[in-house]
Design a protein around this ligand. Structure first.
Ligand code: DHB
Ligand code: MG
Length: 229
């Protein structure tokens, strides 16, 4: 342990949790491996986080879940399992390859009937869902291009009801959110997007929010949680 960095130690503890709580799901892990083999970025939620999303959805009795950022469908799979056979997950993905892999992964996990994958820019998809008068969602998980978080949050409000839980991933980014913009043009637009997320969550009177830092297999990061009032 002496030569372990704090990051490695936290990742090893995540592995301990994964083993101890038997978070291994063979179909989900096969999907994760399929996504990695296809070259998708290895930035999906951890299994412990996926299980946390599942428990939250079950505790809320959520039947309708909206996800922004499908990637290979790992978080999607955990959430699709949580909503049960009568529930629905609507998920948005910009990259056609990611959507194809996610479709295959959901099919292999026998969850494809509960999931609608929309390929394209999520802002357009959410706008279309609003225009169609889509029934509001009980849980909304935002985990895509961070620079557009506030756009997604604004659109999410029109797809919510009082009591909807909005979850935003990656709101700490190894502490990079403390970066100040000496020149607004040079600051990482994704970090700026996360900082704007905090301002929006604090200032918008329609939500009540907090954020929690996390460590583990994904390094030092965090999740924000907002209740729609
Ligand atoms: C990145 C994106 C994520 O959603 C995540 O959970 C981790 C990293 C990224 O773009 O680097
Ligand atoms: Mg993420």
């Amino acid at each position: 342990m002496d030569n372990f960095s704090a990051d490695q130690h936290a990742a090893a503890v995540d592995q301990y949790i994964y083993d101890a709580l038997e978070l291994h799901d063979p179909l989900f892990e096969a999907g994760r491996e399929r996504a990695h083999a296809a070259g998708l970025p290895q930035i999906e939620v951890s299994a412990a986080q996926g299980k946390f999303l599942k428990l939250l959805i079950e505790l809320l009795g959520a039947q309708r879940v909206l996800e922004v950022g499908t990637l290979g469908g790992f978080s999607t799979s955990w959430m699709a399992r949580a909503v049960g056979p009568q529930g629905q997950v609507v998920t948005c993905e910009f990259e056609p390859l990611h959507a194809r892999i996610a479709t295959e992964n959901l099919r292999q996990a026998d969850l494809e009937q509960r999931v609608q994958i929309n390929v394209g820019a999520a802002a357009n998809t959410l706008g279309e869902l609003i225009a169609q008068g889509t029934e509001p969602f009980d849980v909304i998980f935002i985990d895509a291009d961070k620079r557009n978080n506030v756009t997604y949050l604004e659109l999410a409000m029109d797809l919510s009801h009082a009591g909807t839980l909005i979850i935003v991933d990656n709101v700490v980014r190894g502490g990079a959110i403390l970066q100040e913009a000496t020149d607004a043009e040079t600051q990482d637009p994704d970090i700026r997007g996360i900082q704007q997320t905090y301002r929006w969550l604090a200032e918008d009177p329609r939500v009540d929010a907090t954020a929690l830092q996390t460590v583990g297999s994904k390094g030092w990061d965090g999740l924000a949680f907002a209740r729609v009032l």
